[in-house]
Design a protein around this ligand. Sequence first.
Ligand SMILES: [Zn+2]
Length: 506
Amino acid sequence: MKKFVQICLICSCLIPGILVAQKVCKADKENRAFFKSHPHAHIEHQRINSKTPHFEEPPNGEYIIPVVFHVYGTYFNGKSVTLALLEETLAEATKDFQGLNDDYNSVDPAFQSLRGNFKISFKLAQLDPNGNPTNGMVTYAAKSGYGNSTGYDNQIKADAWDNSKYLNVYIQNDLYDDGTTNNSGIAWYPNTWMTNNNLARIVYNGAYLASNTNKEFASTFTHEIGHYLNLYHTFFDGCSGTDFVEDTPREDGAHSLNCNPGTNCGDSYVNIENYMGYNGARGCYKMFTQGQVTRMKAALDLPSRNSLWKETNLIATGIITHAIDPVAPTIEITNPNNNYTVEEGQSVELITVVSDQNGIDDIAKVAFFDNDQLQYTDTSTPYRYTYSQLEVGSHQLKAVATDNADLTATASIHVEVLAAIQFPSIHWIRTTQRYREDGSEFYNRELYRIEIEPQEKTYDIVIKGPNSYSRNLKTSSTQTIVLEDLKAGTYTIIIPSIEKKISKSF
Ligand SMILES: [Zn+2]
């Protein structure tokens, strides 16, 4: 642990190309002025630095921060600021924080085990404070000076979006309204007074956003977010100072190593690649330490920051459209026609009953499979599908419900499809015969007969008729079955194995 030093203030004033100490001091002056004029904020900040952090994290461990850019003017040292550039800025900063920057694996071996990955992403707001759609970029006429700690508060408040909901970034060219247009950025540590007064902010030079400058120097934006999340410079107060992070080596504050490995303050091997130093701005910004990530997480649980990443705020700012549901859905399948054994060509309709155990209706879709082959995806309730082309054989018909948190539930049924069945060909025969009953007189008599013709397959069949007539027979592939001497009435021929029957009345 580094030695505790009376904190002074923060600054984050980098000059591209050559880092000039005098400019750093100007930023210090502005920050010192803030604490001097707001002693309660200073006391709050000292208390934060002296306590062991215990903090609440998002349920899934991933923070998302809604961002609004207020852009003043059109040209920034000849560069313009577009929405695409702002998207690129946040995407690159997110990579830096998550250890996805392309030079992450080339970190000095002495510091590789100290690298800290922070699952945090920064996204442009999609809803403004009134709930109206936005792209997260608000444009204004050119203006300067929002890097000053005093003197511009009323203007800043007038333009600010609710600090408890948005990280407000002000893009200007002359940050201190002093005619200098090569200061890169500045941010203030978390404190409730600034947040409650809508003055919490990063102020940044549009000339040094993303591809408006070189890739390494663009990570100065990452550096400013570090300040916004309570990180000090790694060289704060030089060899006798501290940044309140245990695993960052001491630096003398001269930034003379640039990107050449070396020591400061005696034998302190400097983490020149750290985003919170100045050396890395020369082309080797690559990492935060684990201690810095812990300090930033603790900052995100402070009253001045802890509403930003909450789920309710992500919905309010349009970053997400549904509540993040930690509970998987449930699904049941109904087969309304009880078609579990069907004939080739016969369809099977499945209707699902999908619900969410915690009552949040955030089911995104239900996908229907036939033996693990996707057939159809239904995205609107009631989620259903009719299988109409099932081939002969065994089928597992499966439905998979997915909610907006990508949690799934699965249900399946088994269906057997039989080859097309020819119902036996049946002839119902009614004839009138004249015959002599006693050998002397002729009478007319009705005769009834059923002939069941040979079939390819043999079936057990049941024949029901009037007066409790009942016979069990087996069809034959070679022989016609003839039932004679039947009474008038209704006969039903049933093939139980395929649940088919046919009736006729004589
Ligand atoms: Zn800084």
